[in-house]
Design a protein around this ligand. Structure first.
Ligand SMILES: *Cc1c(COP(=O)(O)O)cnc(C)c1O
Length: 398
């Protein structure tokens, strides 16, 4: 495939990305290359090899093989303007590598208050232990982030939409402020993926995916990635190598397999989620539906401006009721599993209590909250299931 024949259409991109002819050698998918030792022809070859860049070149197993490079390359190809991608054994490992690539003792991190809870834990745990301070900020801050920037501020971490509460951040406004101050920007883009929000083109320095979710898409592999713009690629590579990060070829291969169908899966996840979100929105047992594509969600206007479509994960707030009434709804569901993670083909429902994971933004809620991952089942089956669930909730609420 020559470079200039590349499509900008997501469905075509995910089918073609990363399948370099030298890696596929005549078959469709790059095979699983398992390696620790790489053998050299001679001492001279070994010495020469050690002195050169190891990017996409067999050197030692930890630096990867075509199986991992193919997935990394594919993720880079989905991000116009990106320099390269590194893979990690989980989304959290990817977040850690990206932050450690930028931050040093004495630096300050601005972290969105609606970040994934383990991201908060990394900031208040390991980063704090190494002399890096964190200030949490309101996801709706926009250009107001300028007021929080001090002499030691080195990085702004965004996650949009936010975990559990789905506030959409004004990435363009925040990136503009960061660039004016020479501050690095990071985005946890797991919800949208580059298909719904090409983050590097928005000016983000490091875009992070928990590939565990939509890339893998089948709830059976842990995987993370960081894709870097040109200015910060070298720092990410050095830090990742120093940390010894590596992903098994089998897991990378499953990531590539998942990626091939991601455009069509994401379309269906989004379409079904919207249908269900609108249905829930019309129900008297439901106070608020927090899906960025619905007007009640903070940042909905920014979502309409920036995103190419909806994804399948959202929350809703019940009208009154307690823990037991919420459990009555969830426990009896036939088509929704009860479990963490999301992005697989199957639907999930969990109770969420965002106030436990916030320090500067606390929004009053009419009742308990539930997060839904809408899978690839028939949406009407899911609606009928939730309908019975709301009846159980109403009966338990009294
Ligand atoms: C799941 C998730 C992560 C972490 O990914 P793991 O692969 O589970 O470590 C990070 N960010 C977001 C938004 C997530 O949903």
């Amino acid at each position: 495939m020559s470079h200039d024949s590349r499509s900008d259409k997501p469905a075509t991109q995910v089918v073609q990305a990363g399948r370099r002819p030298e890696w596929t050698a005549g078959i469709v998918n790059p095979p699983v290359w398992r390696a620790s030792t790489i053998l050299y022809d001679s001492v001279a070859h070994l010495r020469d090899s050690a002195g050169r860049d190891t990017h996409h070149r067999l050197f030692y197993g930890r630096r990867g093989t075509p199986t991992q490079w193919s997935l990394a390359d594919a993720l880079t190809e989905l991000e116009p303007g990106a320099e390269g991608t590194f893979l990690y054994p989980s989304g959290v490992a990817a977040i850690a590598a990206a932050l450690l690539a930028i931050l040093s003792r004495g630096d300050e991190l601005l972290l969105v208050d609606s970040a994934y809870d383990p991201t908060r834990g990394l900031a208040t745990g390991l980063l704090k232990r190494f002399g890096i301070t964190t200030r949490f900020y309101d996801p709706m801050i926009g250009a107001g982030i300028a007021d929080l920037i001090g002499p030691n501020t080195r990085a702004i971490f965004m996650e949009s939409p936010g975990s559990l509460t789905f506030e959409v951040q004004d990435i363009l406004a925040i990136v503009a402020v960061a660039k004016a101050h020479g501050i690095a920007t990071l985005l946890d883009n797991t919800w949208a993926t580059p298909l719904l929000l090409p983050a590097i083109a928005f000016g983000i320095d490091y875009t992070i995916l928990a590939c565990t979710k939509y890339i893998v898409g089948h709830s059976d592999v842990m995987l993370g990635s960081v894709t870097a713009g040109p200015d910060r690629f070298a720092a990410l590579r050095d830090t990742s190598f120093q940390l010894g990060q590596h992903v098994s070829p089998d897991d990378a291969w499953l990531g590539s397999r998942g990626l091939r169908t991601m455009a069509i899966r994401l379309k269906q996840h989004g379409e079904s989620a919207l249908k269900i979100a609108h249905w829930l929105n019309g129900r008297p047992e439901v106070a608020t539906v927090l899906h960025p594509a619905l007007p009640d969600c903070p940042g909905h206007d920014v979502f309409v401006r920036d995103f190419r479509g909806p994804a399948g994960l959202f929350s809703f707030v019940l009208n009154g009721g307690d823990e037991a009434a919420r459990a009555a709804l969830i426990d009896g569901l036939a088509h929704f599993g009860i479990g963490y993670s999301w992005g697989g083909y199957e639907s999930l429902a969990i109770p969420v209590d965002p106030h436990r994971h916030r320090s500067v933004t606390r929004r009053d809620q009419a009742g308990p909250m539930i997060r839904l991952q809408i899978g690839l089942e028939d949406a009407d089956d899911l609606i009928a299931d939730l309908d019975r669930g709301l009846a159980r909730f109403a009966a338990a609420r009294g």
